[in-house]
Design a protein around this ligand. Structure first.
Ligand code: BGC
Length: 882
């Protein structure tokens, strides 16, 4: 016990010191002895047996004292039961043991013990609890019983050698047990809560109104206090788009979310979400703010493109859903954001997206629809901007009509940080939780008293938050704070990067390099001697091992840091080619960089483009971006030109957030899009360059030739008066490649494009029409995929659909794909099935008359190929819907 308290004290001091220093601008790392960490967080969690009672419909009651450890053979938990109830209730006891606990008897005794029954159910306690196991005892009160009752629950450890010092933690949770639905459990809990308890749950716990410099427990971005009386857990909310963010602690820096989308592989996306979920859980964070699905093809210069999943609603929706599902599997509430049309950072709090209903539903909102339906994500973050004149966090159409109405979203809507604009409007129009503080919802109680907001609305907000907590298992699964398995997670990060990097050019088949014959390699610029670049803002990960931090904080956004993840491409290249002379030049002196390139067999030049929340790139063109000189004190385009001119065997590596255009690069050069490559990015790049891994990523975003090819060549700017300014989405349905298709524009590199070190053919394509099936209407594209080259690799066959002409849809939309690995020379029959009733609504348009997804009569054309560009597609056939 003394040890426990000593540990607790030490930890408290450590946490306090950390939190005092923490701010969003100044993130530090926390090191705490693991054993102490576990004990500290276990100790204060009371083992409660809540009471029946209260009056009327039942509820309320007193709690037992915390019981922290077991050291004898028999233990008794006292729960004083008082009051009356008219409804049956069951109490759930979760039980976490540090050692095997033999339960030989579970029983109730007391003056009215016969009023209760002890029952088993899902996850009921077996006779032996595993190490760190968890189980539940259901105690049901008989409502026909007396008004005043008392009972004692006894759990006995009758094992042959009773285990000493078994820590028992958990809580007896009022309301129906774990075998009931989240909604039923939440509804029962709502009836037990006082008004003050309800109000506490709909507001963030941050007590200042200061955008920067506030502190939150566990280094999170937000926090909602728990409720000891009712055993409602605290909520710790932290970012995690590309790994665990904020000041939570060192974490595995994953490659960009966009890089993961570029894998076009839902298994890799599940692994991605799993790293985020497990590391959040290891830190005791139970709400993740990471699901950025803004459909960035509308504004590819958006500084947050690296957090997103690309420009296509179906690809983005499916990748995001896989992330969110894997995160929620760790008993963490997932979050999808920023709802909606938050597609540019420039003036993000006053940008007013103007869009028609059909275009909205079929593009940005479709991505959300898929992400929500396929994952069961339990929270949605509304965004800073306005849509059609109403702020998104009080947007009746977006929140009540689309999200909670049409999509039947059962979870809760939280505001982006300080994105709440009012009390009454926000509450009435669908906001369920203000974050991170209570600037507006502090007056919600008064608004209810004044009858401006009905009580039922507050009850619904609370119901939604609680049901989210029940749905992911926050009540049923005690947290298990433990060290992050960094080595294992870094290996996954590397695999994720290798599956998402895109080979854009391979002039003269320069790649892969031959490790056994190459003699000299020049590695130039981009801090490639030590690091790889990462993206900034709230998604910023503090990489394991510490990052190389650039001193200046670029303005805009003026608060984010430029952090280089500690993974050296130079060292990884040298390790693969130990006999080659590998020399680094930082690229700041053009003539010495060119001289090194010239004297080397091969030159590898790194182009690094930093981007962040709170800013947009001034341009797609690297020449123009370089004027900001954030990662390089000159023009990287000029550097690339100097190197490629000096050495015909040049490979350009891009480390960047989203689409860029590198002028003057020649078709004969090799070009690898590495995105922000993450914790083991250096090793991943080296493996790709030498063919240890064959690149198989495909672009999830179009790379335009220039800004002039974009729907808005100049990003709409805020007005000096600070009032809302319009961002007219005149491209409507034509987002990303659809805009290029519709306007016959040839991009630099098209959506869906990516090379390999081998070649593939797709032959003998056939179309099967199963649209008349009542249970599963679908069509299938079957073909033979052959690896015609000499190396193993993976191809991503893509199915696009041309809609009936009368609908005025974009020329085609992506409706299906599959990533297929094949060994050299192998052939495989592949079938891609497109289900008419899938959440992605592949064959439907949004019918504004019926307000529903509708499959129109007409002729549908099916294309197969390996990118969106017409020249890489063949027509498989047509389908007629009558
Ligand atoms: C961002 C959100 C983020 C939140 C908390 C905001 O600035 O827009 O994406 O989750 O901060 O860090």
């Amino acid at each position: 016990m003394i040890l426990s308290f000593t540990c607790a004290l030490l930890l408290f001091v450590a946490v306090h010191t950390f939190l005092s220093a923490h701010s969003r601008r100044n993130l530090r790392r926390l090191h705490v002895p693991t054993a102490c960490t576990v004990l500290f967080f276990l100790l204060p969690i009371a083992l409660l047996l809540s009471a029946c009672g209260g009056s009327g419909s039942g509820g309320g009651g007193s709690n037992s004292a915390p019981i922290a450890s077991l050291s004898a053979t028999s233990y008794t938990f006292n729960g004083q039961m008082t009051g009356t109830t008219s409804a049956a209730q069951s109490f759930q006891l979760s039980n976490l043991g540090n050692g095997p606990l033999q339960i030989s008897s579970v029983g109730l005794s007391g003056s009215n013990a016969s009023s209760f029954t002890v029952s088993t159910g899902a996850n009921a306690c077996a006779t032996t609890l595993a190490v760190n196991g968890s189980c539940f005892i259901y105690i049901t009160f008989n409502p026909a019983a007396v008004a005043n009752c008392s009972a004692t629950l006894t759990v006995s450890d009758n094992s042959a050698t009773p285990t000493q010092s078994i820590a028992l933690t958990g809580a007896a949770t009022p309301g129906p047990g774990a075998n009931q639905t989240p909604d039923t459990r939440a509804a029962a809990m709502v009836t037990l809560m006082t008004q003050a308890e309800k109000l506490q749950l709909v507001q963030g716990g941050v007590t200042t109104n200061n955008t920067y410099g506030y502190t939150v427990p566990r280094g999170a971005a937000g926090w909602v206090p728990g409720n000891t009386r009712l055993a409602i857990p605290e909520l710790y909310l932290a970012d995690g788009s590309v790994g665990v963010g904020n000041g939570v602690g060192p974490a595995t820096a994953l490659p960009s979310s966009l890089a993961n989308a570029a894998s076009w592989d839902l298994n890799e996306a599940t692994k991605y979400g799993n790293i985020i979920g497990t590391e959040l859980a290891d830190y005791g964070i139970n709400v993740n703010l990471g699901g950025n699905i803004n459909l960035i093809g509308r504004e590819p210069r958006d500084g947050r493109t690296f957090e997103t999943k690309g420009e296509d609603p179906i690809l983005a929706g499916k990748i995001a859903a896989a992330h969110l599902k894997a995160i929620q599997a760790q008993h963490i509430i997932g979050d999808i954001k920023h709802f909606a049309f938050n597609d540019q950072e420039t003036g993000r709090t006053t940008a007013n997206a103007i869009i028609d209903e059909r275009s909205g539903r079929e593009t940005d909102l479709l991505a959300f629809e898929i992400g929500i339906k396929d994952s069961g994500v339990q929270s949605v973050m509304c965004s800073y901007n306005l849509t059609n004149g109403q702020y998104d966090c009080e947007n009746q159409y977006l929140l009540n009509q689309v999200l909670k109405g049409d999509l039947n979203f059962p979870g809760f809507v939280m505001s982006d940080w300080w994105a709440t604009e009012s009390t009454v409007n926000a509450a009435l129009n669908g906001l369920d939780q203000e974050q991170p503080n209570q600037q507006y919802f502090a007056s919600l109680g008064q608004a209810i008293t004044n009858t401006q907001v009905p009580q039922s609305r507050l009850d619904n907000m609370v119901q939604r938050i609680l049901r989210a907590m029940y749905a992911v298992g926050l009540f049923d699964n005690p947290q298990n704070i433990q060290p992050v398995p960094f080595a294992a997670d870094a290996a996954v990060a590397q695999e994720l990067e290798e599956s998402g990097a895109v080979l854009l050019q391979n002039g003269n088949n320069l790649l892969p390099l031959n490790a056994s014959t190459i003699q000299s390699i020049a590695v130039i610029s981009g801090h490639a001697d030590t690091s790889v670049l990462s993206g900034g803002g709230s998604a910023q990960v503090q990489p394991n091992g510490g990052g190389l931090i650039q001193a200046t904080q670029p303005c805009p956004p003026c608060w984010a840091q430029v952090i280089w993840d500690p993974s050296s491409p130079l060292q990884a290249i040298q390790a693969i080619a130990p006999n080659a002379t590998v020399t680094f030049n930082d690229g700041t002196n053009l003539s010495s960089a060119a001289a090194l390139a010239q004297s080397s067999q091969v030159a590898i030049v790194f182009v690094t483009v930093w981007s962040s929340e709170g800013m947009d790139q001034p341009s797609i063109e690297i020449q123009t971006i370089d004027q900001a000189q954030i990662t390089y004190p000159g023009s990287q385009a000029v550097l690339v030109n100097a190197v490629t001119t000096a050495n015909p065997n040049t490979i350009v590596i891009l480390e960047n957030g989203g689409p860029v255009q590198v002028p003057l690069i020649r078709p004969s050069d090799a070009l690898l899009e590495a995105w922000y490559p993450g914790q083991n990015g250096g090793s991943a790049i080296a493996d790709l360059l030498f063919g240890k891994t064959n690149p198989s990523g495909k672009l999830p975003v179009t790379f335009p030739m220039s800004d002039s090819q974009l729907p808005r060549p100049v990003i709409p700017q805020p007005t000096p008066d600070g009032l809302p300014f319009p961002v007219n989405y005149t491209e409507g349905l034509n987002v990303g490649y659809k805009y290029f298709d519709a306007n016959n524009l040839t991009p630099w590199f098209p959506f869906g494009f990516g090379l390999s070190y081998t070649t593939f053919t797709m032959t003998n394509a056939k179309l099967a029409n199963n649209l008349s099936s009542a249970s599963n209407p679908n069509f299938q594209v079957t073909f033979t995929l052959t690896n015609t080259g000499a190396r193993a690799g993976a191809e991503v066959p893509q199915v696009y659909l041309g809609m009936p002409a009368a609908l005025n849809e974009p020329p085609k939309r992506l409706v299906g794909w599959q990533k297929v690995p094949l060994s050299a020379g192998a052939a495989q029959q592949v079938t891609i099935e497109v289900d008419q009733n899938d959440s992605s609504q592949p064959m439907s348009y949004w019918n504004t008359t019926t307000e529903s997804w509708t499959v129109s009569p007409g002729v549908y054309t099916i294309y197969l190929g390996n990118s969106s560009v017409p020249s890489s597609l063949t027509t498989v056939g047509t389908l007629t819907v009558n």
